[in-house]
Design a protein around this ligand. Structure first.
Ligand code: R5P
Length: 297
């Protein structure tokens, strides 16, 4: 019996930290790439009867990281683990959670089915794009919401903010909880994306931002298009300073540089996707969620 944390190649640092937080043995995965780009993986540990927390994010390169997750999971199952919890700090393919245009692949469904087939009993992830898409019953899923934690940590790092805003449909509740956490005023940014071109339009109307310190918060910054639009709108309304924060900083291409160029005074993300902007670690929050919800034997 007992539990161990296995660190997949995508999330070794986070896995080690998780093992420390939970006071569990850390099991590394030996990994190398064959000359043709395929992954070689080896787990040299006795997993029989153990609860295994397999930590492997699926941030870019998503396809490689996802396949590694599935291959390690299947091997853990075959090696006789009693329960397999996939700890996936960033869950890829979660944004295509419905058929927007007829015939589109609903990728999140395929990912969940694949995890189940690979032997995963529980999926634990951080701020998935659509928490509801994980509750389809394919497998047990736990979503850890770090919105409040992130806002608190950013305010600790950079000082108090007058306003906290967030774009998109989920933005209203995200801004409200973040603002409540740090004693600021929430606001919502209307945003829409053209499903064909991907072009984002952000509108910040009726917000009294003049002379104020503004914290923008979102679950994902990918191309940065949404946040660049938001920063420009806020600065156009006379904001004194605009800080961009997000849970998952994918920062595709030069997204972070474009945010700074647009006028953001800082760009901060968590360590669900490890980058130079990962100034806030959420592994303590992940460990807390595991302790609260799971029997580790
Ligand atoms: C959308 O629902 C998300 O919350 C983000 O606003 C979006 O994914 C950001 O994408 P991008 O950085 O490409 O504008």
């Amino acid at each position: 019996m007992g539990a161990v944390v296995i660190g997949g190649p995508a999330s070794r640092t986070q896995a080690r930290r998780l093992a420390e937080e939970l006071n569990l043995e850390y099991v590394p995965v030996e990994h190398k790439l064959f000359p043709d780009g395929e992954s070689y993986l080896r787990i040299d540990a006795d997993l029989r009867g153990k609860v295994v927390l397999l930590c492997q994010g699926t941030h870019p390169p998503q396809d490689r990281h996802l396949l590694q997750l599935l291959m390690i999971a299947k091997t853990v199952e075959e090696r006789g683990a009693s329960r397999l919890v996939a700890v996936v700090p960033y869950l890829a393919y979660a944004r295509q959670d419905r058929e927007f245009l007829q015939g589109e692949v609903v990728s999140i469904r395929v990912v969940l089915e694949s995890l189940r087939c690979a032997g995963v009993d529980v999926l634990l992830t951080v701020n998935p794009h659509s928490p509801w898409a994980l509750t389809s019953g394919v497998l047990e899923a736990v979503s850890v919401d770090v919105t409040r934690f992130l806002a608190r940590k950013v305010a600790e790092l950079l000082g108090p903010f007058h306003l906290v805003g967030s774009p998109g449909k989920k933005g209203r509740s995200m801004a409200e909880s973040a603002a409540e956490e740090i004693g600021a005023e929430p606001f919502h940014l209307a945003s829409s994306r053209d499903p064909l071109t991907g072009q984002v339009t952000v509108r910040a109307e009726g917000i009294d931002a003049a002379g104020k310190r503004v914290l923008l918060i979102d679950d994902i910054v990918s191309t940065g298009g949404t946040m660049v639009g938001a920063v420009r709108e806020l600065l156009g309304l006379g904001a004194r300073e605009v800080v961009v924060s997000c849970v998952h900083g994918l920062f595709v291409g030069d997204a972070a540089e474009r945010l700074v160029k647009a006028g953001a005074s800082a760009v901060i993300s968590t360590d669900t996707v490890p980058t130079d902007h990962s100034k806030v670690s959420v592994i303590g929050e992940v460990a807390r969620a595991i302790r609260e919800r799971m029997e580790l034997g």
